[in-house]
Structures are given as structure tokens and as C-alpha cells.
Ligand binder design. Sequence first.
Ligand code: NAG
Ligand code: NAG
Ligand code: NAG
Ligand code: NAG
Ligand code: CA
Length: 511
Amino acid sequence: MKREEASSNSTVKYAVIVAATVGVIAIVMSGFNKNERPPHIVFILADDLGWNDVGWNNPNVKTPHLNELAEGGVIFNQTYVQPLCSPSRAALMTGYYPFRTGLQHKILGPYQRAGLPLEFKTLAEKLKEVGYLTHIVGKWHLGHSTWDYTPTRRGFDSFFGHYSSSVRHYQKTFQYPVRNKTSVGYDFRDGIGVVQRDDSAYSTLLHTERAVEIISKHYAEYPLFLYFALDQPAKGLQVPSHYEDMYPNIQNQAVRKYYAKMSLMDEAVGNISSALKSRGLFDDTLLIFMSDNGALPINQGSNLPFRSCGCTLFDGGARVPAMIRGPLLKKTGYVNDGVNHITDWHTTLLSIAGIKPEQDLDGIDILDMIVDGSPSPRNEFVYNIDQFEKAPGAALRVGDWKLVVGEPNMCYPGVHLSEVDDWFPVDKKPLFLPGFADFDHPTPPANVTLLFNLKDDPAERNDLSEQLPAKVEELRRRLDEYKRGLVPVADGTADLAADAELYEGTLTPWL
Ligand SMILES: *[C@@H]1O[C@H](CO)[C@@H](O)[C@H](O)[C@H]1NC(C)=O
Ligand SMILES: *[C@@H]1O[C@H](CO)[C@@H](O)[C@H](O)[C@H]1NC(C)=O
Ligand SMILES: *[C@@H]1O[C@H](CO)[C@@H](O)[C@H](O)[C@H]1NC(C)=O
Ligand SMILES: *[C@@H]1O[C@H](CO)[C@@H](O)[C@H](O)[C@H]1NC(C)=O
Ligand SMILES: [Ca+2]
């Protein structure tokens, strides 16, 4: 369906008016005229997938399904996200930079009280208001201390997955330091219920099976929003061995397992597109794939040619593989070089659904850029602003220029900048990122001032700050303007009352 139809979609408008006055049930009764229904949306978000970890950027990684989808759609060369999990997810769900929602500092821990503040409506809530049936499968990671923070109270009709940052693929447990011990928590839910424990079943296979089931049973009169938040490649190297067999020539076992996980992930995407085809929905579905942040050196991922990794303000943390395929696209089978930010996808999906976005969203509507390759309307974006008193850090891009100030390592003091500031090769020695908790660290934080021209120097090798002080000042002033919108960081303390051991080993909302 075309864009003009979306904005003049009378049935949708009717549904909104009815929804506003009578409530959500009215939407289900109002129905959609077949030609007016906005497209189905399947948003696939990988976890910690590096720039160089997908087939179209690195032919050694076997991702045939993703490659095929990308060939029939558009690959993005300059998609930027937040350098960490919770902030990126918050940006996608709200359309605001995390420094405006309180999620600019590190990630949410499993026992943290804070979550994505309830005053922000999620993408799912907004899409639901115009009739989308909404599902999340996989990782939430936007808070769970109270039920109000959990996905089925934030606009999703169903949830199948885990609340916290990451769980082991077979055990579905996380480990978290609490006082003098390590707390182990089981974290796997279907809706609000706990899924029966089965340590022989691999998480991503279960997630994919659920996604396929949702698609197969979808009532196609209504638009579908499926947010498939993969737990791949993420942390740990558990993977069924037959995926490793796809890489007989890779000697390094860790690299082989990592690539195997990429191929498992690719198969999951393939199963989802097959399910869309079997159900007859494929041609009417916008399928978007991107990573939530750059690869971390804890894994074998690579962000080459870009500098450094996830959890930093360098481009290796924020510039990620991304693609879209589906209806609306008038120009396909090419690489689009327009700058876009994860918040833009929020705004653009609203636009596609015929929803008027809030005035002050940070996300910009990039629909024209996606549809026919028009120039990107975005000229600047904020990588992050974190006023964390021990190690403040911020970065901003305006045009081709990028300024980084303060501590570029967002995991300080967990790791020191010297450990992550590198151009990581594929078979590097994995670095252990010791948690994200604040603790006393003997090394003082960095306080850099770096200026790069990303057009000439996308790998950030040549700092121009001393040569171009006026440019530094110009960007610093722009950053100061953004800082006026800064909100305090959400409370980061771990609540000992949340210890899973108090709830028979299961992570549970506790407040
Ligand atoms: C941890 O602390 C508790 C109480 O503070 C104590 O009873 C327990 O023995 C300690 N455990 C270890 C392994 O030190
Ligand atoms: C994809 O579907 C096939 C056939 O049902 C299944 O054997 C395989 O495990 C699925 N792969 C993933 C990653 O879910
Ligand atoms: C993608 O970005 C790189 C680095 O900025 C650039 O060299 C390349 O030309 C871009 N590719 C396309 C197709 O625009
Ligand atoms: C970092 O350096 C700048 C000058 O380049 C200075 O103004 C600022 O106070 C320093 N910040 C910290 C936290 O030391
Ligand atoms: Ca992540």
C-alpha cells in the first residue's frame, strides 16, 4: 500500500476515534478495509551484532537468508544506534534519545528498580491504538521491577522471552553479583507466566518457533507488529554443534562457534520469512533487521573497519548493519548511504501506520529516504550524553564532523579505555567485561577531546581537534544545547530484595 493511502486511511482514523472514546475493544470490532490496512511490520533486532558479522559486510559469515532479503530490499550503510542494549531499545520504543528518558548510563541490571519511565508510550502502545496486533519475542531489557514495566503492560499483546540483559541459551539463567555471592536467576516467560524449565531446549530455537506460530495464526485482517528481539549473537558461545559444521575451515574454536551463532540467527530469520510466505503475508510485510549495538570484545565479533566496540562512543559501538525489505520500497537492491538513527525508525514506523508523531520526538521521518533513496533528512545526532560524575562522556555528529569529549568508554570503571580502544580483528583474544556495576577502580577515567571527519576518516584514526579548535567549539556549543534536555540518570542501585533466590530461583517483579 502507498504512503498517501496510509495518511488518508479512513478506517484507521475511525479506529483511532473509536478507540479514544470507547476503548481498545472497539478497534477489534471496527475492522480494516483490505486495501487500507497499513503493512505488517516485523522488526528484528540482533543483540551485539558487529558491523563485520553479517554476510553482506563479511563474506566469511554465512547468512544466506539475510543476504537474500537484503538483495531484494535496501542495505543501510550509516544506521546508528545507541552503543548499549537498554538505551538502544529505549530509543526504538520511545523515539527519544536515552539522555531524555534517563537511560543514558549503562544498561539496566536484573535487580535494578528503574525501567523505561512509564510516562513514555512505547512503539507497541502507539501501533496498538491504530489496530496493530503486537507481539514481542526474545529480549525485553527495559525494566521489570514492577509488572507495570513489563512488556504486556507496555503495549504488547504477547511476550515470550526474557526480561533481563541476557541469559544462557540452554539454561535461560543469568548470573549477577549480589553482595558476596553470585546470584543465579532463571528468566523465561510466556506472557506473565514462567515457562517450564527445560535445559535441553535452546532459547533462540524456542523464540523462532513462537514467532513462526504468531505469524501462522495471525488474523490477517489486522496489521501485525512483531518485534523479534533476538538473543543472538550476544554473550556466550553455546550453540548446537551442527551450526559449527558449516565452518569446517575455521580453526579457532571460539570464532567458529561465534560464526555458527550467526548462521543460526540467519536460519531464524529465514524461518520467519518462510512463515510469512506460507501465511501469504510476505509481500505485505515490512521486514527490518538491525543490531542494537556494535560487537563487544567479550565475544568474537568484529566491527571492522570501525574503531572500538559496543559500550563506547566510537563508531564501532554505534554504526551497525541494517536492512529493510517489503512493500513501499520503490528502489531496491542497493546500499543506501544516508545517515539514520534508531529513533528515526520509531518515527518512520508511526508515519507508515498513519500515526502523527509527537512534536518533540528525536526521531525524524526517513520514509522518503527508505522509499526511493532520497537524501537523508538527518544532519546530526547525539551518540550519548552521560553526566556520570566519575566519568562524564558525550559524543555528537553534525554533518561529517564528530566530537567526542570526556570518557569514551561507557563501561568505565568496569574496563579501562585502553582495553577497548582498538580496531578489533576477528580472532582477537576475548576480553572479559567484568559486569557493568560501578566499583572502585584504580585507573582514573579518560577525559578526551577528539574531532573526526567521518566522511574522510570513517575509522576515526585522525584526531583533528588541535588543528581545528573552532570546529571543536562549534560542536561543543551544539552539545551544550542538547544538554539542556538532559534528565537525571535512572536509579542504578541493585535491590537485594530482588535476588532470584528469594523467589525459588526465578527472576520476578518484586515491587
Ligand atoms: C556472605 O555473607 C553472609 C552474610 O553477610 C555470610 O553469612 C556468608 O557466610 C557469606 N558467604 C561467603 C561465601 O563469604
Ligand atoms: C527453522 O525451521 C526448521 C524446520 O522447522 C527447524 O528444524 C530449525 O530448527 C529452525 N531454525 C531455527 C533457528 O529456529
Ligand atoms: C559506506 O560507507 C563507507 C565508509 O564511510 C564508504 O567508504 C562507502 O563508500 C559507503 N558505501 C556506499 C555504497 O555509499
Ligand atoms: C575535561 O577536560 C576539559 C577541558 O578539555 C575540562 O573543561 C573538564 O573539566 C575536564 N573534565 C573532567 C571531568 O575532568
Ligand atoms: Ca546489545
